[in-house]
Design a protein around this ligand. Structure first.
Ligand SMILES: N[C@@H](CCC(=O)N[C@@H](CS)C(=O)NCC(=O)O)C(=O)O
Length: 341
């Protein structure tokens, strides 16, 4: 299964709320190498599914920070099998750098007989083939702060010191009610847990919409980690969360502020060029057979609106602060045409 619906406390109807598992491997790759994993160009491989919102944060950060040549990228098939994430998109079904067929092999190399779930994003140490971390909450913060020596010239500061407290606070509410809220709604196995999650999702989206009405970005006047984390959920909203996860009070496209905000980000280099709507839809609708037993993948929504003018420049803001936008997508890492408008 794709998401770990672990047993939690019962609600008043005797149903189990959705519980997200905690990342198991939380070593950090740092400038000083204190966990035994120093930042080093070419040493590590980032393994993602383009379907996964948590992994997609790392895809966006890596692009914005220009870490493509320092941290190589493996993209899994959007459909897991019973051995989880696999490299069936690559020739011979093997990741060309790690030489493995399944991401679980890197987990196994790290901990023999590892009994837990295999998740993306994951960073693997190329020389040893061992998983270093699958700590999705930490990975992007470390890319922004610990990997600084390898950032491109002009890379933005995505986690600026003076704004960290505000960024953390904004991200906390967004994580609980939006990033994870949609999963709580989608995987609720009782009416009351679903309704509570639905209320959280739209309550928070309404307050985010208010916040963004007169400011271009969530915190400060530049792009930060907070925008990345909101983006990866918003970009999936109308395609999968609205129908598949039953978060259907309104579509994003019906909220003029949020719809303009997310299009602004989508059209910013480093955001939309990482998004594969085809992988997103294939994964959610075909893998979660518990909530979509036929496995039918809907044809909509129409994606053409993503490229329409958003006019958010009128609010001011400096997307990259004193820096510059990232260059073009690295050859070989382009999203195939069926994945974008
Ligand atoms: N639960 C993960 C967070 C990331 C996550 O949930 N990733 C999903 C994909 S969106 C995943 O890989 N789930 C395991 C699976 O589908 O087999 C963790 O504990 O680190």
């Amino acid at each position: 299964m794709s998401e770990e619906a672990e047993p939690g406390g019962n609600d008043s109807y005797g149903h189990k709320p959705f519980k997200r598992s905690r990342s198991h491997f939380a070593d950090r790759i740092t400038a000083d190498g204190r966990d035994g994993w120093p930042v080093e160009a070419g040493r590590y491989r980032l393994v993602v599914s383009r379907a996964c919102p948590w992994a997609s944060r790392a895809l966006v950060s890596r692009r914005l920070l220009g870490l493509e040549s320092a941290l190589s990228l493996a993209v899994t098939d959007p459909l897991q099998d019973d051995r989880s994430w696999r490299f069936t998109l690559d020739e011979g079904g093997r990741d060309p750098v790690l030489g493995i067929q399944y991401l679980s092999e890197a987990y196994e190399a790290r901990e023999h007989g590892y009994p837990g779930g295999v998740s993306v994003p994951a960073i693997v140490d190329v020389p040893s083939g061992r998983l270093v971390t699958n700590d999705y909450q930490r990975i992007t913060l470390d890319l922004a702060t610990e990997w600084k020596a390898l950032h491109r010239p002009g890379a933005p500061d995505l986690y600026p010191e003076p704004l960290r407290e505000e960024i953390d606070e904004v991200m906390e509410g967004i994580y609980r009610d939006v990033n994870n809220g949609v999963y709580r709604a989608g995987f609720a196995d009782g009416q009351s847990t679903y309704e509570a999650a639905y209320a959280d999702v739209f309550g928070r989206l309404d307050s985010v919409s208010e916040r963004l009405a007169d400011r271009r970005y969530l915190v400060g006047d530049t792009l930060t980690e907070a925008d990345i984390r909101l983006f990866t959920t918003l970009v999936r909203f109308d395609a999968v969360y609205h129908g598949h996860f039953k978060c259907n009070r309104t579509k994003l496209a019906e909220d003029p502020v949020i719809w303009a905000y997310v299009r602004d980000l989508y059209q910013t280099p480093g955001f939309g060029d990482t998004v594969d709507f085809d992988h997103i839809k294939q994964h959610y609708y075909r893998v979660h057979t518990g909530i979509n037993p036929t496995g039918i993948v809907p044809l909509g929504p129409d994606l053409s609106g993503w490229l329409t003018p958003h006019h958010r420049e009128q609010l001011g803001g400096r997307p990259f602060g004193d820096g510059t936008p990232p260059g073009p997508v690295r050859p070989g890492e382009e999203v195939p045409p069926r994945g974008h408008p």
